[in-house]
Each structure stands twice: as C-alpha cells, then as structure tokens.
Design a binder for this molecule. Structure first.
Ligand SMILES: Cc1cc2nc3c(=O)[nH]c(=O)nc-3n(C[C@H](O)[C@H](O)[C@H](O)COP(=O)(O)OP(=O)(O)OC[C@H]3O[C@@H](n4cnc5c(N)ncnc54)[C@H](O)[C@@H]3O)c2cc1C
Ligand SMILES: NC(=O)c1ccc[n+]([C@@H]2O[C@H](COP(=O)([O-])OP(=O)(O)OC[C@H]3O[C@@H](n4cnc5c(N)ncnc54)[C@H](O)[C@@H]3O)[C@@H](O)[C@H]2O)c1
Length: 456
C-alpha cells in the first residue's frame, strides 16, 4: 500500500491545477489518469472542436469573399486531412503540456491506469494500491449512447475527430451543443446535414427567440432539421446508415452516409467502485456534493462534470478554485456564488449568462428587458455579420442584471462585460453610463440599457 496526502483521479480541467496546488503546499500527491492527459476539453471537447470551428469559418468566409469585393480566381475546396492535421497539432501541444506539467512537478507521482475504489480511502490502479488522507474525484464524462444503435456504425464527439474525409450526408441525432457545433462545421466543410431532435425546438433551456434565431441561421446555411422526432435505432444498409425515427409527421427513416450521436453525456462514475464507499450518486450517476464540493464520503471531494453542477471547462476549473480556496487559503468560496455562463460555438456564437427571459417571467420580480438586433449595430454591419441579436434582463427594484444573451459576432467575448458587472453586484447603470469604444458591438450594450422596457 502506498500512502499519499492527496490522490486526484482524472486529469481534466480541475485535477491538474489542484494537483499542482497540493504539491506546492508540500503535500505528497498521486494523480491517476487512465487515458489522455487533459481529459475531454483538451482531447475530444473544446480544443479540437474550436480548432475545427475556426477551419469551418475560414471556409465559410472564403465562400463569402465576393460580399467584400474580393475575387478568388479558382475553386475553394476542403482538404480534410490538413484540417485534421491542424487540429491534431493544437491538441497534441495541449495534452503533452499537461502530461509534462504533472510529471515534472515535485511532490506529484503520476499513475497511468484505471482507478477504482476498494474501500473508502483505498484505490487500486492495476496492481498498485494507494491510500490518502484526502481524495479528489475529477473523472468527467463520456457520450451517452441511447439503446437501439448497437448494430450501426455511429460516431461520437470523440470518434468523429478521426475523420479525414468530409462525409456526404451526416445525420446528427440531438440538437444540443454538440449537434449544432458539429452540424454547422461539417455543413461548411461541404456535407449535407440532417439534425434530428426529439424536442419541438433546438436548445429547450434557452428562450424560444434564441432557439428560433439559431435555427434560422443554420437553415440559411443549408442544414435540415427534423423536430419532434425521437431516434430509436439505426442499421447499416448497402453502405448507408438508416436511422429509425419515432415521429408524428415526416418519414419514419432517414438515410445518410454517417451518423453522429450527440444525445448528451453521462458521468464516468459507473466503473469507479463507488459502491465500496459512502459516496452517493443521483439516479443518473452524478456524484452528490455540498456547497464546497464535498461528497457524502469521508474526505472525498468531486469536481467537474462528474458532480452534475456544471458541464463546462470553466465550471470544472471553478470547482478547483472553490476547493483550493477552502482548503488552503482560508477563504470561504461556494458553489452557490457561481453565476452560470457559457458559450455556444456556432457562428455567430451565443454568449449567455444568468437567467433566461422565461425564467425571469416565472419569478415574482419586476423585470425590465432590453433588446437590440445585430443589424442595428454599426460594427456588425461593417463586418458583414448582422445575424442575431442581444438582450438583457434587469431587476427593476434592485437594478441588478439578471441575465443576458448575445447571439452575434463575438457574442462569446462581448458577454463578459455583463458577467463582470453581475459578479461585482453593481447596478446596471454602471455599464449603462460607461463609455465604450466606437465602433464595437459592445458599445451598444449601454445603448440597449438606456432603452429598457417592462417585461410583460
Ligand atoms: C464536443 C465537446 C465540446 C465541448 N466544448 C466546450 C466548450 O467549448 N467550452 C466549455 O466550457 N466546455 C466544453 N465542453 C465541455 C468540457 O469539455 C467539459 O465540461 C470539461 O472537459 C469537464 O472537465 P472535467 O474536469 O470534469 O473532466 P474531463 O475533462 O472529462 O476529464 C476527466 C478525466 O478523468 C479520466 N478518468 C475517468 N475515469 C477515470 C478512472 N476511473 N481512473 C483514472 N482516470 C479516469 C478521464 O480519462 C479524463 O481524462 C465540451 C465537451 C464536448 C464533449
Ligand atoms: N460550447 C460548449 O460549451 C459545449 C460544446 C459542446 C458540448 N458541451 C458540453 O457537452 C454536453 C453534451 O452536449 P450534447 O449536445 O451531447 O447534449 P445536450 O444535452 O446539449 O443535447 C442533447 C440533445 O439530444 C436530444 N436527444 C436525446 N436523445 C435523442 C433521441 N433519441 N432522438 C432525438 N433527439 C435526442 C435532446 O433532446 C437534446 O436536445 C453539453 O451539455 C455541454 O455541457 C459544451
């Protein structure tokens, strides 16, 4: 049995920073990783997808060159092998960076293998047995595969990254983050795309005007949607893929060359031996945690996607910050202090923070709303990027900003001025009265706030 002060399972977005901090504090730290260093974000999530989104945008802009008065003498084609090579190089640099960082840090010992609890404070990794005073679980998640697809060659967010040819017709099951980002990307690379969504609209957690605007943007680029259509199975037929659809209208089968299942994620907690501990999970396998990320187990914490409290890189990293502040800095940081924010990396991107309009309406607050279409923003027009709109919700009594959505060029960046005001707990008038630089999209946030109206 090898004794450590701390053990960290998984090298996703919380584990490595926490390991480095533990090591810096002089703690003898073990880190266990069963697959690629850096986890989902670096290897099969944010990094590769955003690299591909950038290639797809370059292709899109190449096709739009004449809008800007530029003639291209010749055809535009996609070399998917080169697109993939660019993406692979960016991923390699990051994953190797995480591996080197961990392996070169004093006080950290890295184990490569699958960690499993044998007891409350004992883990096995292959033939090694490890124990520690404190254990941190950062095991992330993987693609959820609905039943009915065993007999078909489907792709997931991981395996689609190996493609070095553009599919003729990519069928995507699921109109969430993964479905929309890959859908637009491969449409721009030249695939025919059909997105099949069981709900009646895209992104049901967003407001209906956001869902509709995104649908319109993607349809205008040539993406086909099927709504109210649950995909219940698939088969390989004559070199094609046939997806069976349970629906009230439209054909009961969709045929294409490739199939991407983008139907959500499940936590990597089913093979962790948690049954040998007092760590409790919910009915979907997410580890239950308190406001400081402590599990029900003794001296066991859970961080990142596996605790179901956030599903993003920045929420996983914030979990690390909360744990480190409480353990080492004598600062009480809490999960409940986090204001939910995220980006959806279709183009133009959606930047989001806080409440939706629907949630604000349901609350018993007096709410003010401001809205501005991108085609009434000078910089968006100058850039030829007038799709989308922005909106903001304000509590009429406290003057605090409740939430905002920016669907438009650089929406993922612009939203941060609103996020910061929300964290500062400042009145919306601070940003309304601030001088923003001209010409930017951001300069219209003060203007939007000058024109608030009651939300009915
Ligand atoms: C396609 C896609 C695109 C995304 N894009 C974005 C984005 O643009 N922005 C954003 O904020 N988020 C994005 N996300 C979400 C983001 O990737 C995750 O929220 C983030 O990676 C979560 O990190 P984590 O630390 O919880 O775990 P992970 O990054 O999933 O890491 C967990 C690690 O634990 C290891 N592990 C699991 N079980 C064991 C075990 N028993 N023993 C040893 N090791 C184990 C795994 O191998 C893995 O390396 C995306 C996700 C996907 C799938
Ligand atoms: N930009 C980002 O930050 C980003 C990008 C990609 C992924 N992610 C993370 O990955 C997670 C998973 O993304 P996702 O898109 O897989 O999940 P999701 O939960 O966002 O969307 C899944 C969609 O699939 C639909 N669906 C499920 N089963 C179906 C079926 N049988 N037939 C038809 N439709 C079906 C659901 O109704 C839902 O709309 C996200 O929650 C997010 O945390 C983040």
């Amino acid at each position: 049995m090898e004794q450590f002060d701390t053990i960290i399972i998984g090298t996703g977005q919380a584990g490595p920073s926490l390991a480095a901090r533990c090591a810096e504090e002089g703690l003898k730290t073990a880190v266990i990783e069963r697959d690629q260093f850096g986890g989902t974000c670096v290897n099969t999530g944010c990094t590769p997808t955003k690299a591909l989104v950038a290639s797809a945008r370059a292709a899109y802009m190449a096709h739009r060159m004449s809008d800007f008065g530029i003639d291209i003498d010749g055809s535009i084609s996609i070399d998917m092998e080169k697109v993939k090579a660019r993406k692979d190089a960016i991923v390699k640099e990051s994953t190797e960076g995480v591996e080197r960082w961990l392996k070169d840090t004093e006080n950290i010992r890295v184990y490569e293998g699958h960690a499993r609890f044998e007891d409350e404070n004992v883990l096995s990794v292959g033939r090694n047995k490890l124990t520690a005073d404190k254990i941190f679980i950062n095991v992330g998640g993987r693609a959820f595969i609905p039943s009915g697809f065993d007999e078909v060659n489907y792709l997931t967010n991981s395996s689609i990254l190996d493609l070095d040819k553009v599919p003729d017709h990519l069928i995507i099951v699921g109109g969430g983050y993964i479905g929309l980002e890959f859908g637009q990307m491969y449409r721009r690379f030249g695939s025919k795309i059909t997105i099949i969504e069981q709900g009646r609209r895209l992104l049901p957690r967003e407001d209906e005007d956001i869902s509709n605007a995104i649908q319109e943007i993607l349809e205008n680029e040539g993406i086909n949607f099927r709504f109210g259509a649950e995909c219940i199975g698939g088969s390989n037929e004559d070199g094609q893929i046939v997806v069976d659809v349970n629906c009230k209208s439209g054909p009961p089968q969709v045929t294409g060359s490739h199939l991407l299942l983008a139907t959500g994620r499940r936590p990597n907690t089913d093979d962790l031996g948690l049954e040998h501990t007092t760590v409790q999970t919910d009915d979907r396998g997410f580890i239950q945690v308190d406001n400081q990320l402590r599990t029900t187990g003794t001296d066991i914490w859970a961080l990142g996607d596996c605790n179901g409290e956030g599903a993003f890189t920045h929420t996983a990293y914030n979990d690390f910050e909360i744990v480190a502040a409480n353990l080492f800095d004598d600062k009480e940081r809490r999960l409940s202090d986090r204001i939910m924010c995220y980006g959806l990396y279709i183009d133009p991107a959606l930047g989001r923070v806080g409440m939706t309009e629907a949630r604000a309406k349901e609350s018993d607050r007096k709410v003010l709303i401001g809205k501005r279409p991108m085609d009434r923003i000078a910089r968006a027009k100058e850039k030829g990027e007038t799709r989308g709109f922005m909106k903001i919700l304000v509590d009429a009594d406290t003057e605090n900003i409740l939430g905002a959505a920016i669907l438009g060029i650089e929406g993922d960046e612009i939203i941060h001025s609103i996020i910061d005001i929300m964290y500062a707990g400042e009145s919306y008038t601070t940003i309304r009265d601030a001088v923003h630089i001209h010409p930017t999209v951001s300069e219209l946030i003060p203007t939007m706030l000058e024109n608030l109206e009651p939300l009915n």
